[in-house]
Design a protein around this ligand. Structure first.
Ligand SMILES: Cc1cc2nc3c(=O)[nH]c(=O)nc-3n(C[C@H](O)[C@H](O)[C@H](O)COP(=O)(O)OP(=O)(O)OC[C@H]3O[C@@H](n4cnc5c(N)ncnc54)[C@H](O)[C@@H]3O)c2cc1C
Length: 293
């Protein structure tokens, strides 16, 4: 199918983009990489009257590290982040990016576009929630900062108002004693996840703190503190095998999976996938934190 007619503007200043968007009074849409929006337009599931293309806005193209955060502007491509040495400071991002579609899609798709799109089975929203990233939203009344864990309101629904642009995301860089894990199960490589996990373990004075974010199993990424479950699985010799984690994590998996199932997988299958992935990735992240890998 072909998209319904729309006007197209490509401003080179952020203030102009914000003004253009406001002028459409909710009828406009931002386009970044177009990897999710173009198919939706072609199927006429979205019929914006104006597309505001943000790709010529230089200030949105920044990928920088300042102090303890990696800053990713709204038009920075996923593939650029994957390849840039700076992103090595956020290992979870590096672990997750190869799971996002295929390389060709990542060479156009943006990190912020994926966050704004808010597919519940997408990888980057889960990374942002696990790391407690900070998003900057810019509208007619200026900038506001929102934590990733408060940004996702439901499937394809976020804290963005119709006149706001997600201008950047800030992710905390890893510190000594941090370890990460990421995995998902999809029907084919490059497909959205049936279930997936992003995990962070922090060892502070030998005590483990653990955060688990599940995706593909609810209408948004779901984050839980699983420090107690990890501590319960650590043996006297300082190991935490995936098998020992299954028991402590079982109730968490039960509580997180919030779907009746669909044509792809039942609720129980997703719960079992989540439990297996969470045990395995937490065990790996714990080892990485302990061994400084
Ligand atoms: C075949 C295929 C497979 C894919 N597989 C995966 C996958 O496995 N995992 C995955 O996560 N994604 C997958 N995707 C989606 C892809 O990764 C997109 O790149 C991503 O979801 C959106 O990024 P984008 O920059 O292309 O956004 P666009 O397509 O330009 O925009 C997507 C939506 O977000 C809004 N938007 C974009 N940027 C902003 C902004 N800065 N401020 C406000 N609103 C904004 C748009 O208005 C639109 O509603 C797949 C896509 C295809 C076509």
């Amino acid at each position: 199918m072909k998209a319904a007619p729309f006007a197209y503007v490509r401003p080179s200043r952020l203030s102009d983009a914000v003004a253009e968007l406001a002028e459409t009074r909710g009828g406009g849409k931002v386009i970044a990489g177009g990897q999710s929006l173009a198919p939706v337009l072609a199927m006429r599931l979205a019929r914006p009257d104006t597309l505001i293309d943000i790709n010529s806005i230089e200030e949105l193209g920044a990928l920088t590290r300042s102090g303890s955060a990696l800053h990713i502007g709204a038009v920075v491509r996923q593939r650029r982040v994957e390849r840039d040495p700076l992103s090595g400071s956020v290992p979870l991002l590096r672990l997750a990016l190869p799971w996002v579609g295929h390389r060709e899609l990542r060479s156009r798709g943006t990190v912020c576009g994926s966050l704004a799109h808010a597919d519940p089975a997408a990888e980057l929203p889960a990374v942002a929630c696990c790391l407690d990233a900070e998003l900057t939203l810019t509208g007619p009344s200026g900038h506001r900062r929102v934590s990733a864990r408060e940004f996702f309101h439901g499937a394809m629904t976020t804290a963005l108002t119709p006149d706001e642009i997600l201008t950047s995301v800030r992710l905390p860089v890893a510190a000594e004693g941090d370890g990460f894990g990421f995995a998902e199960i999809a029907r084919r490589h490059g497909d959205f996840a049936l279930a997936g996990v992003a995990v962070r373990v922090r060892l502070r004075a030998g005590r483990p703190e653990a955060t688990l974010t599940a995706f593909g199993v609810s209408d948004r990424p779901v984050t839980r503190d699983v420090s107690e479950q990890l501590a319960a699985a650590v043996t006297g010799s300082g190991d935490a095998s995936a098998d020992r984690l299954k028991g402590p994590l079982s109730a968490v998996a039960d509580e997180i999976v919030d779907t009746d199932g669909d044509i792809h997988a039942s609720r129980d299958y997703r719960r079992r996938l989540l439990l297996a992935l969470a045990g395995r990735e937490l065990s790996k992240a714990y080892e990485r934190a302990r061994d400084g890998a």
